[in-house]
Design a protein around this ligand. Structure first.
Ligand code: PGA
Length: 250
């Protein structure tokens, strides 16, 4: 059965002290739940986060990594450096990486390959921009993103993939896709996986929704049959909000 996941993408927020404090607060408020809780602090705080969560039921993820094994890539981080410190989950293809760092589906495909080679689990983000939705082109856009970024994978690789559908127009804007809009496209995404890899793979894949998930809309979003959790930005930075969002599954 596929897993429910609530993941906090902390982006470029939180010093080490603040990282430790927030993780401790999550432990203190975390309900007894089968939902997997993931936190993704910035690179410099990953080691510390791994140290304090180790084996205690919160997963630590990186927000990005480079596709090369190593080399002259100033400022970048390789997969082996993440796994070496105990980070085995990585977020790839976030819309901010696509928009500000020009990451394309082709580049992301090679990052995915590298991560899988290192036996990492990938939270693969994608989603349409506002103009695509206004032109009623969002179904095609997500199909192309899946095709170009992930559909070169073999069936077995999908055991290590989590999808995160994040409409760009809903990220950090306070605009949320309605639960019906989100469900409609999540069902479409699952049907694309089923058509390419079979129903069994499609049924097993967790598909998260991201984009202005808040305590007051989480429960309704998570209650949709094809939504298996959330990738949370702003509301993951405040314990009151994040813990209420986790409770959205209870
Ligand atoms: P938001 O961000 O929850 O602040 O909209 C979501 C994300 O960027 O993953």
């Amino acid at each position: 059965m596929r897993k429910n996941i609530v993941a906090g993408n902390w982006k470029m927020h939180k010093t080490q002290k603040e990282t430790v404090a927030l993780i401790e607060e999550i432990f203190a408020k975390k309900p007894n739940t089968t939902t997997e809780i993931i936190v993704a602090p910035t690179f410099v705080n990953l080691s510390k986060a791994v140290e304090i969560t180790n084996g205690k039921g919160i997963t630590v993820a990186a927000q990005n990594m480079h596709q090369a094994e190593g080399g002259a890539f100033t400022g970048e981080i390789a997969a082996s450096m993440l796994t070496d410190i105990g980070v085995t989950t990585v977020i790839l293809g976030h819309s901010e990486r696509r928009a500000y760092f020009h990451e394309t589906d082709a580049l992301l495909a090679s990052k995915v390959d590298t991560a899988l080679k290192h036996e990492m689990r990938i939270i693969s983000c994608f989603g349409e921009e506002l103009k695509d939705r206004q032109q009623n082109n969002h179904f095609n856009i997500v199909e192309y993103q899946l095709r170009d970024g992930l559909f070169h994978l073999e069936k077995k690789d999908w055991a290590n993939i989590v999808l995160a559908y994040e409409p760009v127009w809903a990220i950090g804007t306070g605009e949320t896709a309605s639960p019906e809009q989100a469900q409609e496209i999540h069902a479409h995404i699952r049907s694309l996986i089923a058509a390419k890899y079979g129903q069994e793979v499609a049924d097993e894949i967790s598909i998260l929704y991201g984009g202005s998930v808040k305590p007051d809309n989480a429960k309704e979003i998570f209650s949709q049959p094809d939504i298996d959790g959330g990738l949370i930005g702003g509301a993951a930075l405040k314990i009151e909000d994040f813990s209420k969002i986790i409770e959205g599954f209870n």
